[in-house]
Design a protein around this ligand. Sequence first.
Ligand SMILES: [Ca+2]
Ligand SMILES: [Ca+2]
Ligand SMILES: [Ca+2]
Length: 465
Amino acid sequence: MNFHIFAALILFNSYLSNCSPAPDSICNKKASYIFTEPTGNIYSPGYLSNSSYPEDLDCKWTILVPTSEYLRIKIVDLDLDEAISCEGDSLTFNVLSNNERVTVKRICGTQKPHDFLISGFPLLSIEFISDYIFSGRGFHISWSTQKKVNLCKPNEFQCSLGNCVPLSTICNGKFDCDDGSDELKCPKKTTAEYTCGNTKINPDTSGYTFRILGGDPVIPGSWPWQADLQLSIMWPSGHFCGGALIHPQYVLTAGHCIAAYPKPELVRVVLGNHNSFKKDNFEQIRLVDSIVTYNATPPAFDFINDISLIKLKVPISISDGVNPVCLADSLKPLKTGTKCYVTGWGSTHGTGNSGILKQLPVEIVDLKECADAINEAGEVDLEGKGQVCVRAGGGGTGVCSGDSGGPLVCQVDNQWYLYGVASKVTRGTILGPICGEGKGNAVYATVASKLSWIRDVMKQLDQMP
Ligand SMILES: [Ca+2]
Ligand SMILES: [Ca+2]
Ligand SMILES: [Ca+2]
């Protein structure tokens, strides 16, 4: 073992186990079992004896990667708790970069991610944590080292997300990769025809339920512009904000959502999503080409005009469950009392259907009457046109953390128009964010006041090579 790797190991692990006992038995809070073999398997405790893993685990394994080789990780089997940010049980992959531990992937749930490569780092550390509720079958990981920086066979193309498709499918006009990356470097095609604000599957707007905090699950595909912004290192969800598809290649969201994750490579956008933990019929994953924030360069944003525009690397394909919404312009002003809808995967605080897209009917309320939701200095422009306020039905309903960036839509002449993106959905308190209190007021950044900006940015970005 050369000195550099040894020093890196010391940094990685506060205590090094001696490399002898069976890996399955090494699982205490201090030691990390170190593998130096070119291939091998790692199992969660109990996996090989068909029993679920114990509670309160913190297991660590480290794999050394020979210089100028790459480490291929395959998740052979996976059965852990599922949570939006894997806050229950989780499997985390860390590398050491400039003497700092950097997480490259965190997974949970039961949906196996594609194989992935660790390249350019001398070692990989894997950490498995379990909490006190629910244990599954666990996991089986296999690894191997290889000399080529590619996961696919010679006659295959490697998609950005890591799966392989035949070379003949590149630029054939169909999206063969989950993320559409087989159609990325192709001569530009004219954009597919579509009618904005059109739903092939109609949302259920029959009832007036008072219960996204307490909201009702939607009919899958009935809000076809709903975008799910996810942290790219997380799997299967990593949801952190919502968004609205306004063109096959553009999504609007809130500026403050992007402020937290200001680089395109940190964000993955999913259209047609319904259940955060299962693959849905209409689902299309897209990576991000660029992000532009109104009035600011991320990570800064404008509290009043809280909007960012995301350009996707590859346009989505229009389907029954994925279709852009129309942009509201000043010719369609909102009257106080208009009934509109908000949608999102935001926090439900135990009101049910966590991880499922929910809808909530809201009423447009006068901004000045909306003071309890926007009482923080510098965050409100009561005279301006940058914000619109909505009110849910009361009784602890409303939008909440995680709904930010999501759409406020109203139906005009059988078409749905985007009037705003969720900007201020919680009220900061010393106990943490509160939502759904009082009448469930929430502030949305208006779209009509930023139409010319949106069009200018799209024009500029489309002219870029
Ligand atoms: Ca658990
Ligand atoms: Ca293709
Ligand atoms: Ca899904």
